[in-house]
Ligand binder design. Structure first.
Ligand code: PLP
Length: 490
């Protein structure tokens, strides 16, 4: 196969060049019927390939032409047996993975710090989650992945599980010993599903953590749009056949996917794959160099710590992705969110995420030394402005709440009769909705868990500092939906 070719993108261009008379959707017809301001901004080129699954352009639901060819090239590039394109982000690919292996009542082993799409899939499929505690980094206040020991214990206790889901690498770029985890799960004939939302690039450079396909995992939902250069919302689902069947996965992904698949997104996947396959290594090399430079210079700034390879060596920190800059700001006496806002207001810098103690900046082929210099300069100014008032500031103490107890399956809780109570009154009750901070979208509470005072305090702490707490029907989180309790009538 020739990785320089882009059958899908090229097919669209050739089709558009014929200037066909379109009696089909989309009704804007090459942009002619669209709002002129939007047309002028977005450009005629993009609108000319905003097409639909007419005969010559294949169909994502039943690929047998240019989409199939593009998916085959992607499979080769990622070392998979099959690749499915997703126009519904990695969330869509993750739901497909879970629903491909689980039916109602089946057990799936998952870390508790999963993205909400995994919990949504667990609710849709009716699976029972067996949670593994992620390893918590008390210094940074973040959770890492799961350890091999924890996986071994979970499998010994639940050899009948239908799948093991692993987040690798984590949002913060920390990787577990995936190969060992895969080998253990396979010794039980249990398929390994990898949430590889933050790892599309790792497959293409030996200095980066091992990819899901390299480790022999059965499925991986991989965000090409996050770090691989395709357009937002476009992802892939890679699979290795054996414990899972490509035909079954195709049926499930099709059930979960819009029938109006965006060809702009699909074409961008085709081209991103070409770039990764042909230049991925050299691009990663340059990005790692830029990130290392940034890390070194940030670590020279007082009261800031940018995580480097010293984080490695624990059971949960087997490897890391150096292109992620995890910057601990707690010693400035500021929350990550305050630093995020300061950078926005003073330097028009937007970070990837902030939490109570850190900011996360990602470095990609889209960056140059110029952006790195501005980030370092901004952080230096912020730090020195804090140093002058150090006596009145105090480093924030990290605390991470314990994982709540699951009293009901998430699906049963979600579909139970509920009542709305004030957040203060919710302690001790079983929650019927999600509460999470987005990004990263990892639930503080999931349906079925017992709300503790510690959870309520943690939610309030996040709200007070301005972090985006989402999930409940009440956006202000003054009230919360809990399972209705029937007390004896006196
Ligand atoms: C760990 C993790 N998994 C899955 C997703 C979902 O990816 P997408 O936004 O492409 O649906 C995200 C998104 O932030 C994520 O951080």
């Amino acid at each position: 196969m020739n990785q320089n070719e882009t059958p899908l993108f090229t097919g669209l261009l050739e089709h558009a060049k014929k200037n066909p008379i379109q009696f089909h959707i989309p009704g804007h017809k090459k942009g002619v019927g669209i709002d002129p301001e939007f047309r002028d901004f977005i450009g005629k080129n993009a609108l000319s390939i905003d097409l639909i699954n007419i005969g010559p352009l294949d169909d994502l639901h039943h690929p047998h032409g240019i989409i199939e060819e593009a998916q085959q090239l992607a499979a080769e590039a990622f070392g998979a047996d099959h690749t499915f394109f997703s126009v519904q982000g990695t969330s869509g690919a993750i739901m497909t993975m879970v629903m491909s292996v689980c039916k109602p009542g089946d057990k799936i082993i998952v870390p508790r710090n999963v993205h909400k799409s995994i919990m949504s899939a667990i609710i849709f499929s009716g699976a029972t989650p067996i949670f593994i505690h992620p390893a918590i980094d008390k210094n940074l206040g973040i959770s890492h992945g799961i350890t091999t020991d924890a996986v071994r214990k979970a499998l010994e206790a639940h050899p009948d599980a239908k799948g093991l889901l692993v987040i690798n690498p984590t949002y913060f770029g920390i990787a577990a010993n995936l190969k060992e985890i895969v080998d253990i799960a396979h010794s039980y004939d249990i398929p390994v599903l990898v949430d590889e939302a933050h790892g599309v690039h790792i497959h293409f450079h030996d200095g980066l953590p091992m990819s899901a396909m390299q480790a022999g995992a059965d499925m991986a939902a991989t965000s090409v749009h996050k770090l691989g250069g395709s357009m937002t919302q476009s992802s892939i689902l890679n699979i290795k056949e054996g414990l899972v069947s490509a035909k079954h996965v195709q049926a499930i992904i099709s059930m979960l996917t819009t029938t109006s698949t965006s060809y702009l997104l699909l074409a961008s996947l085709d081209c991103a794959r070409r770039q990764l396959a042909t230049k991925g290594k050299e691009l990663a090399e340059r990005v790692m160099g830029l990130a290392d430079l940034a890390r070194k210079r940030i670590n020279e700034i007082p009261n800031l710590y940018c995580v480097g390879e010293e984080i490695l060596g624990t059971k949960a920190t087997y490897d890391y992705d150096p292109t992620k800059l995890i910057i601990s700001v707690k010693d400035l006496g500021l929350t990550g969110y305050e630093v995020e806002v300061w950078l926005r207001e003073h330097y028009t810098i937007e970070v990837e995420l902030s939490d109570l103690y850190n900011i996360l900046c990602i470095v990609t082929p889209g960056d140059t030394e110029e952006e790195i210099n501005i980030l370092v300069e901004a952080l230096r100014e912020l730090s020195y402005s804090r140093t002058e008032i150090t006596s009145s500031t105090k480093a924030l103490e990290v605390h991470v709440p314990n994982i709540p107890l699951l009293a009901l399956s998430p699906r049963d809780a979600f579909y139970s009769e509920v009542e709305v109570v004030s957040i203060e009154e919710s302690v001790g009750r079983i929650i019927a909705e999600f509460v999470m901070v987005y990004p990263p979208g990892i639930p503080i509470l999931i349906p079925g868990e017992i709300i503790s005072q510690e959870n309520v305090d943690y939610i309030k702490e996040n709200l007070e500092v301005g972090l985006p707490v989402q999930g409940p029907e009440d956006p202000e989180l003054k009230t919360i939906r809990v399972i209705k309790e029937y007390r004896a009538i006196k």
